[in-house]
Design a protein around this ligand. Structure first.
Ligand SMILES: [Zn+2]
Length: 152
C-alpha cells in the first residue's frame, strides 16, 4: 500500500494551485494599491499644471507607477506575474530542469521556485563546481599575465 493516495495528492495539488493563484493575485493587488497610494501622495503637491493626474492615459500612469517602483517591488511584481503565467500555462509547480512535479510542501514554502529539491541541489553543486573552475582559470590567467608582463 502506498503511503499517500495519488488521487488525493492530485486533488491537494489542484486546490493548492487555485489557492496560490488567488494568493498571488491578492498580493499583486495589494502591492499595486500601495504603490498607487504613494503615487497619489507624491503627485498631489504638484497638480498645478491644470491637469489632473488621474485623467492621464492609463499607460502613462503605468509608466509613472513603473518609475516609482523600487527594484524590490519591481522584482516582486515580476515574480508574481511570472508565477501567474505559469499557473495559467499549467507549468507552475513543474521543475524547469527535470520537468517533474515540485513537491507541494516545497511550493508552499517557496511559491516562486522553479526547480525541485533534487535539481536545486544539483544546480547548487554545479554552480559551486563552475565557480571553482572559474577560480582556477582566473588563477591560471593571472599567472600567465605575470609572465607576459615580465616579457616572456
Ligand atoms: Zn527537477
Amino acid at each position: 500500500m502506498p503511503k499517500t493516495d495519488p488521487d488525493k495528492e492530485k486533488k491537494q495539488r489542484r486546490v493548492f494551485l487555485k489557492q496560490a493563484a488567488d494568493m498571488l493575485e491578492e498580493t499583486k493587488k495589494q502591492l499595486l494599491r500601495e504603490i498607487r497610494g504613494r503615487v497619489k501622495e507624491e503627485t498631489e503637491g504638484v497638480k498645478d499644471d491644470g491637469r489632473d493626474t488621474y485623467d492621464l492615459a492609463s499607460d502613462e500612469r503605468d509608466r509613472e507607477i513603473n518609475f516609482i517602483l523600487n527594484a524590490r517591488e519591481r522584482e516582486k511584481l515580476l515574480a508574481i506575474d511570472e508565477a501567474l503565467q505559469r499557473i495559467k500555462g499549467k507549468t507552475y509547480g513543474l521543475c524547469e530542469s527535470c520537468e517533474g512535479e515540485i513537491q507541494l510542501g516545497r511550493l508552499k514554502v517557496l511559491p516562486f521556485t522553479r526547480l525541485c529539491v533534487r535539481c536545486q541541489e544539483e544546480n547548487e553543486k554545479e554552480n559551486k563546481r563552475q565557480k571553482t573552475l572559474e577560480d582556477e582559470r582566473g588563477y591560471r590567467k593571472l599567472v600567465m599575465n605575470d609572465f607576459e608582463e615580465e616579457g616572456f
